[in-house]
Write a protein that binds this ligand. Structure first.
Ligand code: PEP
Ligand code: MN
Length: 364
């Protein structure tokens, strides 16, 4: 069931300068010392970053790794706010974290990927935040489960939190990939489509896991029309106590942001608008025809199902399917359609067809 969220637009949060997209949250992975926090904040503030992040309580894979500075770090965050007038934000993973943040004037919090995956904790955090008016950003859960992500937004919204945003940081995977986490952009696109009004950040730092991927991932986020970036920045990444390989010095972050090509979401250009409307109308007609073709195909497939049932024949004829698929791939190539695309489309069609025939077989 599709549920709506009752949210406040990011333009009313008073956090970001939206006139020069993307909107940016930057700061170190972890608050490590007053000097590190102040130097990093200065570097970022100098080129116009207004929203500063730093992890105070760090969820680490192994015990014994640096687990954050705790309350001491909140005092440093407070100093960043006082000296540079920046908005300050950190990750909360429990009710206690929320109460500590409130004591120290934290302006915004985010829920980390490991916490979003746990509805009990999200509920606890939502209740602790109930009487505050601070924005809450929800990172995707570690596993690629869109509903779990949406469920966390719903829990917060039901607790009366209306300044909601999301951060896409990719998903844990056992696949061998160059990045630290699997981008899984299609899940982000699906969420954006469902809730276009919610500010959408990408976190290329945790997605990439290495400085060398930050630019391509940030550009991809812009190409997909996402609103902002949360990026880790450290005054001296080589000494960072967590995520050293993915943090950028502020000057390099400035260069990266300046290099991004941010496409407009809309234009007043009459010629463009007229042409795009015509092209979209053509696509709509083609999509409808595709649907009709799929429906006719399914109709024939049902007849085949009935026929197989009457003659006691097995549904899946693997050899026949392999022949059809390789034939389609060859024909698709002539039409300039990539093999992976043709394979995915026809496998989906075949799977649906087999499922339909199975139902026929199971019917008395
Ligand atoms: C972080 O932002 O520092 C962090 C721990 O991220 P994630 O929850 O995405 O792993
Ligand atoms: Mn980090």
């Amino acid at each position: 069931m599709e549920r709506t969220l009752d949210t406040v637009p990011v333009s009313e949060w008073g956090f970001f300068d939206e006139s020069i997209p993307p909107i940016v949250i930057a700061g170190p992975c972890s608050a490590e010392s007053e000097l590190q926090m102040m130097m990093t904040a200065k570097g970022l503030h100098d080129f116009g970053i207004h929203v500063f992040r730093a992890g105070i309580w760090k969820p680490r894979t192994h015990p014994g790794s640096f687990e954050g500075a705790g309350v001491q770090g909140l005092k440093w965050l407070q100093k960043v706010k006082r000296e540079y007038g920046m908005k300050i934000c950190t990750e909360v993973a429990s009710q206690k974290h929320v109460y500590e943040c409130m004591k120290y004037g934290v302006d915004m919090v985010w829920i980390g990927a490991r916490t979003t995956a746990n509805p009990f904790l999200v509920q606890e955090i939502a209740e602790a935040l109930q009487d505050t008016d601070i924005p809450v950003l929800v990172k995707n859960p570690v596993n690629p489960d869109l509903d779990l992500w949406v469920g966390a937004l719903e829990r917060l919204n039901r607790a009366g939190i209306r300044k909601l945003g999301v951060i896409h940081r990719g998903f844990s995977t056992t696949q061998k990939i160059p990045y630290r986490n699997l981008p899984g952009w299609q899940i982000a696109v699906e969420l954006r489509t469902r809730y276009p009004e919610i500010p959408f950040f990408a976190d290329p730092s945790h997605m990439g896991g290495s400085r060398k991927y930050l630019k391509e991932l940030s550009q991809r986020a812009m190409d997909l029309g996402l609103d902002g970036l949360m990026i880790e920045s450290h005054c001296d990444p080589s000494c960072a106590l967590s995520d050293a390989a993915q943090q950028l010095v502020p000057a390099d972050l400035k260069t990266l942001l300046e290099s991004l090509v941010v496409r407009q979401k809309q234009t007043n250009d009459k010629e463009y608008n007229e042409n795009i409307e015509q092209l979209r109308a053509r696509i709509d007609v083609i999509d409808e025809n595709l649907l009709m073709s799929l429906a006719s195909r399914m109709e024939v497939s049902r007849k085949i199902g009935e026929f197989k049932k009457a003659h006691n024949i097995a549904i899946v004829q693997a050899a026949r399917w392999e022949d059809i698929l390789s034939d389609m791939i060859a024909k698709g190539r002539v039409y300039g359609l990539p093999e992976g695309f043709v394979t995915a489309v026809f496998n989906a069609i075949h799977d649906a067809s087999v499922a339909e025939q199975n139902q026929i077989l199971e019917r008395e």
